[in-house]
Design a protein around this ligand. Sequence first.
Ligand SMILES: Cc1ncc(C[n+]2csc(CCOP(=O)(O)OP(=O)(O)O)c2C)c(N)n1
Ligand SMILES: [Mg+2]
Length: 420
Amino acid sequence: MAAEKRMVKTLTRQQHLDLYYYMRLNRAVEDTMVKLFRQNKIVGGLYSSLGQEAVSVGTASALEKKDWLAPMIRNIGALLVKGVPPRDVFMQHMAKYDSPTKGKDGTSHFGDLENLHIVSPISMLGDLIPVMTGVAMAGRYLGHKIVAMTWIGDGGSSTGVFHEGLNFAATQKAPFVLVLENNLWAYSTPVKRQVPVENLADRAKAYGVKSFVVDGNDVAAVYTTAREAVDLARSGEGPILIEAKTFRRLGHAQHDPAEYVPAEMKKYWEERDPIARHEKFLFKEKLLDEKGKKEIEAKINALLEKERDFAESSPMPPAEFAEHGVYCTGDDCHKVRAKWERPIAEVTPPRSSVPAVWTVEGFGAGKGSGGGSAPIHFGDTEKHEHKEEAAVSSNGAKSSAKAAAKSAKKPAVAARKAKR
Ligand SMILES: Cc1ncc(C[n+]2csc(CCOP(=O)(O)OP(=O)(O)O)c2C)c(N)n1
Ligand SMILES: [Mg+2]
């Protein structure tokens, strides 16, 4: 704790102000989207990171430009820190044509492999862990000295792939930082009812992975902890797990009023709001005053008005576009190229859309191979064997084929009898 305090002090005024700015921007972007949602302009769900901004902003701020991240649903703050313009976040949620996925996906499900080094979120909780471990390993093979980072919730830390992924990262010594965002709830399940340990960071011990626990509502502490983890990972001491203790202030998404959360719990955490807390620190340390605060607010308001206008005037994708971008077409899709072993034209439609080179009699015709009306099932097998025998017999080798088939069946019959 003493070391943590010392490091917080060593942040420059600008670093403290940047953390404040991005947390305010994170909240303002999400507030704008709540308005858009209520105006029916958001397509699909809308998630919130209200009260968790310090986690996304503090951890992503510890990365360098060349590093890679993969956000989850509550990490819009990390996208903003990495350089994603708010218009992209708005347009993506509104399924607009100018959005990163051109309206083909929603929420924060988009990436930028070329420039910002962002891997798109994967809905299956935990799957980003082995994927980002792979990114970290690829960076090492290529000599890029990069660190890869992703986030997981308290609920997501109980998936099998969390454990497989962390073990894989550990054995590979991947330069990878995993941020476990413990916001005390996984949908309507409180963390105490899904895992009987106090610190989820302890899960890392099972895999020989170093871990930290940090107050997720103290942005300077989150940043310094993440910075230490990123530096360790970059120097070959990875992977590292950080458990950030925080609280999900709203429901799982806009549709969920979260009435199952006790009122006193909400009150406790509202009083520990990460933005108000950091602001108080900045004022106390004379790093910010009322005038400076107003300037930051004006800057954010002006930026978001412009970004929202742009997003609202972007068109919806044309209907014909639905069939585009389904198959990778090379450069106009993305520049990450597969190493084709055969000519591309040969393995993509329409050339690839040819009849299969083998057929199964009766399949898809509503008739079993034995002529019955059932589709192929195990009951067909015997009849099928008789047919083969008949075919063999016409070649004059019937008896030996029959004998071979009979002897092949014997062990199975014996086994069945033994079972009885
Ligand atoms: C493997 C898997 N199981 C279930 C879901 C459905 N699901 C999406 S979010 C969520 C709750 C996640 O809780 P937590 O990991 O604590 O993250 P939080 O929502 O609190 O940020 C669930 C169950 C999923 N996406 N993937
Ligand atoms: Mg949770």
